[in-house]
Design a protein. Structure first.
Length: 80
């Protein structure tokens, strides 16, 4: 979700660390990930994503993949 609005390529050791970047990217003030995941809250964030945001997310993901490759990190396929 964060990549739709901004770069997010630093290491995060736990999924809860995405809360700050989500709040910043979407102008929200979620207190925890459970609140963010409530259907209405999540849909509100989704409604703020444009086609251009999706294109930018793909570009940002490609940059992360390229950087990982340059740094010798191997691509791991997840669930096939």
């Amino acid at each position: 979700m964060v990549l739709h609005k901004r770069a997010c390529n630093g290491p995060l050791s736990h999924r809860s660390q995405y809360l700050g970047p989500i709040n910043q990217a979407f102008g929200e003030h979620f207190e925890n990930l459970d609140q963010y995941k409530h259907e209405n809250d999540f849909k509100r964030c989704l409604s703020g994503i444009t086609v251009e945001d999706v294109k930018n997310a793909v570009k940002r993901a490609d940059i992360i993949t390229e950087d990982n490759s340059k740094n010798g990190n191997k691509l791991i396929k997840y669930k096939g």
